[in-house]
Design a protein around this ligand. Structure first.
Ligand SMILES: *Cc1c(COP(=O)(O)O)cnc(C)c1O
Length: 371
């Protein structure tokens, strides 16, 4: 039995002809860039997340760059980012000309740690950089500790950005991701919880001025009309076809989140005591983009899973400060938790279309491999 990390075939069966019909509608009206489906998707996303504005764009990476530019982050500015995340979180900072400063993550939730973030801010100041923003990542779908991080950001006159590429659909303190930080970015890459069939992303905010800037920045820095360029912008729009696909997929998104949750519950029960299962903070409902366990014989476990055709994968094998692209970036001290996690983590398949039999097969294979 093959257990897939993402099952596009099962998704197609579940959605029936809805995606095909949505694409056909766009082909007929022909408004391929910023067509009517883009506006409809933005309204649906804003109402789901509780943010006043949802601004779609071409990718999760662009969403981060747009967010940083919308608050004026650029050369001479420092942005605190976790060392244990996907490369784009830090890459976007360098792309806008600012400097990422690495902080460590919490050993339990793998999210940005407030104490080491404080040290990263001090590092930035010592290096004569202006501490401008912090990017917290909702790693593997678990929202970061926003209340604590927002206090730290506010105390230092910094913006807090949530990189929610993996956590759309999650909630904390009863509020949905998208309204947990002043600015939130997400990705619609096909393997994310809400994925399109290509690249896509979005930025959420309730700040009207930031929203206006974001809408301008994604269309060449446009002002009141297309002959008016008030700033240097990007070309970063979500294709109408992708928006149409996402609208069709939104209809089953809550059900998919529930199916992921069911697998997480089952794995948690079966695997605790065998590996370190993910811990969920109080009043948090993760989106379960990935189900990441810790194990000190990780490489042996990965081999056993892959040999059994279970598509397990390691996110992430190297923390960012050890990547050639980011090795020169400053650090807020010791990044020991990130380094330890990189040698111990493995993510088990948790997409919505894993049935009971597949779940039990994964659980059995993990337990057996560790005997
Ligand atoms: C996927 C991801 C991104 C980038 O999204 P793209 O749409 O692939 O550009 C950024 N941050 C995190 C944490 C991600 O997982």
């Amino acid at each position: 039995m093959r257990v897939r990390a993402t099952d596009f075939e099962a998704q197609r069966t579940r959605l029936g002809g809805a995606v095909d019909r949505a694409i056909a509608t766009v082909l007929e009206h022909g408004r391929f860039v910023l067509g009517p489906e883009v506006g409809r998707l933005e309204e649906a996303l804003a109402s789901r997340t509780g943010a006043n504005h949802a601004i779609t764009c071409a990718s999760g990476t662009d969403a981060l760059s747009l967010a940083l530019r919308s608050i004026g982050v650029g050369p001479g500015d420092a942005v605190v980012v976790p060392a244990f995340t996907f490369a784009a979180t830090a890459g976007a900072v360098l792309l806008v000309g600012a400097t990422p400063v690495f902080a460590d993550v919490e050993p339990t939730t793998f999210n940005l740690d407030a104490a080491t973030s404080e040290r990263a801010i001090a590092t930035a100041t010592k290096a004569s950089l202006r501490p401008a923003a912090m990017i917290a990542v909702d790693l593997f779908g678990h929202p970061a500790p926003y209340e604590e991080l927002q206090k730290l950001a506010a105390a230092n006159g910094m913006f807090l950005i949530a990189d929610a590429a993996q956590s759309l659909g999650a909630r904390a303190e009863g509020r949905p991701v998208g309204s947990l930080a002043p600015i939130t970015t997400t990705s619609f890459f096909p393997t994310k919880p809400l994925g399109c069939y290509g690249d896509g992303g979005a930025v959420f905010t309730s700040d009207d001025a930031v929203a206006t800037k974001l809408r301008s920045l994604r269309v060449h820095g446009q002002g009141t009309d297309k002959y008016d360029n008030v700033r240097v912008g990007m070309n970063s729009r979500l294709d109408t076809i992708q928006a149409a696909i996402l609208l069709a997929k939104l209809a089953v998104f809550d059900e998919e989140l529930e199916l992921r949750r069911r697998t997480a519950d089952s794995y948690g029960e079966a695997l605790k005591g065998h590996v370190t299962v993910p811990s969920v903070a109080p009043r948090v409902e993760p989106a379960w983009a990935l189900y990441t366990v810790r194990c000190d014989t990780r490489d042996r476990l990965v081999k056993a899973l892959v040999d059994s055709e279970i598509e397990a994968a390691v996110y992430y094998r190297r923390p960012l400060h050890q990547q050639p692209a980011f090795a020169a970036c400053p650090r807020g001290g010791d990044l020991g938790v990130s380094e330890q996690l990189a040698s111990e983590v493995v993510s088990l398949p948790i997409q919505p279309y894993i049935d009971n039999e597949a779940r039990q097969f994964v659980e059995h294979t993990v337990i057996h491999a560790l005997r």
